[in-house]
Every structure is written in structure tokens, then in C-alpha cells.
Write a protein that binds this ligand. Structure first.
Ligand code: FES
Length: 118
């Protein structure tokens, strides 16, 4: 994982993300503590959300990616990949992060976070 600016993190290659569909990464935040941010490829764009479902904590990176949405693998809550909003109102919204592709790499903008290398 590489850091360009203080809040920008190079998490993986776009090819790796396209191959897997979703990938989780560990971070530490001063208020949240250790947690995971997952990046997603929906066939058209990249997105980043808090990895744990707000309902009962299932990992969204194990969910089902649909265009613009992720479906939780445990009870099927549906989240908007761009905003983190729970679009079926099954549970509360989750945190969304800015994600973009730069030179074939996926970058996440996560203010205040520190990446945890595995
Ligand atoms: S844990 Fe995600 S919907 Fe229940």
C-alpha cells in the first residue's frame, strides 16, 4: 500500500480488483479504531465503503456486487456503492469513501486513516 498525499491510499491494481470484484483493506482511525475499508468493481467503476454491514457486521466484500450496489451476504441489505446509503431501508447507512483509478491503480481517499499492512 502506498500513500501519495496524507489521505490518499493506493490499495491495489485495477486488474486485481476487476478479477475479485471486491477487496478489503485494514485501516486504523483515531475514533473508529481498527476497521476495514473495502473497494468494489461493479463492471463500470470503482467504489469504497466501510466493509462491515451496519446490520450485524457481515463483510460486504463477501457480498454480491450489482451495478452501483452491493448486497450484504448475510441478510441481503442493499447499499448504494457511491453513497453508502442502505437503499432498501433494511438497516442504517454505511460510510462511503472516495475511490478512483490512477494509472491502473485503485486509490481510496480516507481522511485521518492509517493503513495497516498485512
Ligand atoms: S448483516 Fe448485513 S443485512 Fe444483516
Amino acid at each position: 500500500m502506498t500513500t501519495e498525499a496524507t489521505d490518499d491510499f493506493d490499495v491495489c491494481s485495477l486488474d486485481e480488483l476487476k478479477n475479485k470484484g471486491a477487496l478489503p483493506f485494514d485501516f486504523v482511525h483515531p475514533k473508529l479504531g481498527r476497521h476495514e475499508i473495502a473497494v468494489f468493481w461493479d463492471g463500470k467503476d470503482v467504489f469504497a465503503l466501510e466493509n462491515y454491514c451496519t446490520h450485524e457486521g457481515a463483510m460486504l466484500s463477501y457480498g454480491y456486487v450489482e451495478p452501483g450496489q452491493i448486497i450484504c451476504p448475510l441478510h441481503a441489505a442493499v447499499f448504494d456503492l457511491k453513497t453508502g446509503a442502505c437503499v432498501d431501508r433494511f438497516t442504517t447507512d454505511t460510510a462511503a469513501y472516495e475511490a478512483e483509478v490512477r494509472d491502473g491503480r485503485v486509490w481510496v481517499v480516507a481522511p485521518g486513516e492509517t493503513p495497516v499492512d498485512r
